[in-house]
Ligand binder design. Structure first.
Ligand code: F0G
Length: 487
């Protein structure tokens, strides 16, 4: 077993720093553009950070999806891939790893996480049925509603409080789950879903204890329990470091117990396993046969499921590396380091710090911007302007409109500054904190956004927006006064 350093190292001065337990031996050149260039790029990209070209982005903090740094062992494994349509040795290697990692009997490959959601929704969701979840994810909800299903969130009230000391804000509120099931009837519930590292509320974990409770309720009622393990690595780190009863347990032991509580497990291999792909793991034969039939239809043959064999080899190694605490600690400790620097400048951030990224609370950052003018979208645009940093809006823009066309105002307005695993340096995090801190001091200059072109579904991906008024000109002017280099 490797030596675990994650909690033991601190500087002699007492300062805690997120020490990297890896070294970089391959790097990518990045460019910091002049603020005037960034202004032009932002306008050409419809004020939507999803549409910014990477060449004009200094630090890409959009997501941790498919952009984590891979290990040398992952790259080496890619060379050994067995490229065949059927019966690939690569697939069998990945299958064995998934089976032993989760302790499940069957593995179905899919090209990414939402492809698994498409299969699960196609198999279980019927018009009018419900999917109960701790909190929705955008793609999950889109697949459920596409098939006429509805989402009910049974997360605790504290989940949307951005300032909190609750170590497991992703937990289910059991009473809420129970009363919903009683009210709607077991027969109207397609499945119950637990999302690890609950994405949209700030990468907040679910405790193992809560998973146990939800599982025993579902088993007693005969409800199918589906686990979204995409953000398992972060959640596992938090269980190990925040849940007292798990402090001394092996990570593999925690994962086995977690998996034994679930009926169906799926994941985005763009996150879990740090490659690009996905899959479904389960043990029930009837469920397996039902889900299996969708794989050749939507994804590809059963031994590749739309994935390249090279990615499957990388994922195989990446999943095994999830059991190394010094590997999975890297994102959470960098998120914390960035969060602490931001807090020191008064910037409102989601606490406790979660996995995935640091989440800036746009509702408290720009309370003067009306929510209908997309507070978090406007802040994400402003952060790109002042720092060349690409974050992601996670608020009202990421919601779908109500059937009557009115806005569904999100309970949270967040800008996520994702921290992909092992990608950024501490000085880069300091730069982000400095530019966002400057922006906070000039927050009154930030205004709202409005749609120019609004797609009907998942509008945040491709929508084009424009600033309401000339606030971006005034922000750039103020920036140039303080930062004459324009960088
Ligand atoms: N579930 C969770 C919890 C996710 O975070 C994601 C993706 C998915 C499912 C869908 O997986 O992208 O492989 O199809 N999250 C990305 C993000 C998009 O940026 O947070 P996918």
């Amino acid at each position: 077993m490797p030596e675990h350093n994650y909690t033991r190292v601190s500087l002699f001065s007492g300062e805690r720093i997120p020490l990297e337990m890896h070294k970089a031996r391959m790097v990518q050149r990045v460019y910091l553009r002049h603020v005037k260039e960034r202004q032009a790029v932002l306008a050409a990209s419809g004020n939507n950070t999803f549409l910014l070209p990477n060449r004009d982005v200094f630090l890409d903090m959009l997501t941790d999806s498919g952009v984590n740094a891979m290990s040398e062992a992952q790259y080496a494994a890619m060379l050994l891939a067995d490229d065949s349509y059927a019966g690939s040795e690569t697939f069998y290697r990945l299958e064995r790893t998934v089976q032993s990692f989760f302790g499940t009997k069957y593995f179905l490959p899919a090209h990414q996480g939402r492809a698994c959601e498409n299969i699960l929704a196609s198999a279980y969701v019927t018009p009018g049925s419900w999917v109960v979840t701790n909190y929705h994810f955008t793609t999950t909800k889109a697949h459920v509603t596409r098939l006429g299903g509805q989402i009910f969130e049974a997360i605790g009230d504290g989940a949307s409080e951005t300032v909190s000391t609750d170590p497991f804000k992703g937990n289910y509120d059991l009473a809420r789950l129970e009363s919903f099931v009683k009210e709607r009837g077991v027969e109207n519930i397609a499945f119950v879903r637990i999302e690890a590292g609950t994405n949209l509320i700030g990468g907040q974990p679910v405790s193992l204890g809560n998973m146990r409770d939800v599982s025993s309720f579902c088993r007693a009622k005969g409800l199918k329990l589906v686990f979204d393990a995409s953000l398992l690595a972060d959640n596992l780190y938090f269980i190990k470091t925040r849940e007292a009863s798990c402090e001394k347990r092996e990570l593999s032991d925690i994962v086995s117990e977690m998996a034994s509580l679930m009926d169906v497990i799926y994941f985005s291999g763009r996150k879990l396993g740090c490659a690009r792909g996905g899959g479904i793991a389960l043990s029930d034969e009837a469920d397996y046969r039902k889900l299996r039939d969708f794989v050749p239809l939507f994804e590809g043959f059963l031994t590749y499921g739309g994935m390249s064999v090279r990615e499957m080899e990388a994922m195989n190694v990446g999943i095994q590396e999830t059991l190394d605490i010094d590997t999975i600690s890297q994102t959470p400790i960098f998120v914390e380091a960035l969060g602490v620097e931001l807090q020191a400048q008064g910037v409102p951030v989601v606490t406790p710090f979660g996995g995935l990224g640091c989440h800036v609370d746009a509702a408290r950052f720009v309370p003067h911007v009306p929510q209908e003018q997309y507070q978090a979208g406007a802040l994400a645009a402003a952060i790109y302007l002042v720092g060349g940093v690409r974050g992601m809006e996670r608020g009202t823009l990421s919601e779908q409109r109500n059937p009557d066309g009115s806005e569904r105002l999100s309970s949270m307005e967040l800008v996520r500054l994702a921290v992909p695993k092992r990608v950024f340096s501490l000085s880069q995090m300091k730069f982000v904190a400095d530019r966002v801190g400057w922006l906070y001091r000039h927050r009154d200059l930030i205004g709202g956004l409005e749609f120019e072109d609004e797609p009907a579904t998942l509008r945040f991906f491709l929508g084009l927006l424009r600033p309401v008024g000339d606030w971006q000109e005034r922000l750039v002017e103020a920036f140039l006064k303080d930062m004459p280099s324009g960088l």
